[in-house]
Design a protein around this ligand. Sequence first.
Ligand SMILES: *[C@@H]1O[C@H](CO)[C@@H](O)[C@H](O)[C@H]1NC(C)=O
Length: 316
Amino acid sequence: MSAISLSHLYLAKSLSIDMVSSLCVIPFIFTFGARAATYSLSSNIVGTEFLSAFEHQAIADPTNGRVNYVDQATALADNLTFATATTFITRADHNTVLSSSGPGRNSVRLQSNQQWSTHVAVFDIVHMPRACGTWPAVWEVGGNWPYGGEVDIVEGVNDVSPNQATLHTGPDCDAFDNSNSGCGVKVNKANSYGPPFDSNGGGWYAMERTTGHINIFFWARNDGSVPSDLKNGASTINTGNWGTPVANFPSANCDITSEFAPNNIIIDLTFCGDWAGSSSVYSASGCPSTCVEYVNNNPSAFVDSYWQFNALRVYT
Ligand SMILES: *[C@@H]1O[C@H](CO)[C@@H](O)[C@H](O)[C@H]1NC(C)=O
């Protein structure tokens, strides 16, 4: 494990977004249209290629989840990670009743072997994990958190829609404000997260990082305006034709170049912990019992707690 990986052990507060109401304000300054950018495909990760592009991180969850992250051999042996030539699935255990004094629910945390600075990452997602107690995320992070930056692309808890895209950095756009909740933007589409996302066949998330901005885009599977270059995995893309992003973090408010180091992509599923398991957040979600008791005792509730990807494409 690299120094970058070790730094994730210090991410304890990185995702504790339990004060959604006090998120710092990001003005929407749509200057990107004039700076259309074209990019070339540099990584086209499909099916079994996820196994070599990512490391299964069997680490203690920095967000204190009721989870036990397993290594790749265990994940494959237990069918928590499943790959064919065309699809990639990663899930939590849905068979085991947990001892309250033992480890948490087996699950998977993937970290990309590669890091990127300016780039576009396109996630073609068929299904995301759901159930009370779940806290799934697709995100990017640099070393020495929060100084290397963090972009939460897909994230939420306890099946509560919509998705929330969030930036965490050092002092410019301060991760230490708002109880480390960072700067969040709720995606203005109900089918951007959880059960409505899944029942719709998922869709596409994309994150564009330039020196001038970080933009998050989302299209549901059946959206009539999905850009054809993104949809088809074209060898070149032009984000200038993609329309309005669902979240726009301009450098004017948070200097991307100084606040963001090269970042890894992380795909994970934890349970409870600092956000999903916060008692006020959990009960406000309409979920039964307490988060940890529910996760311990109801394995069959987690049969749909899985990620399924058609592809991850990175353009530079
Ligand atoms: C492993 O998981 C995949 C995807 O969820 C499923 O299609 C397959 O039937 C599972 N295999 C076994 C042996 O359970």
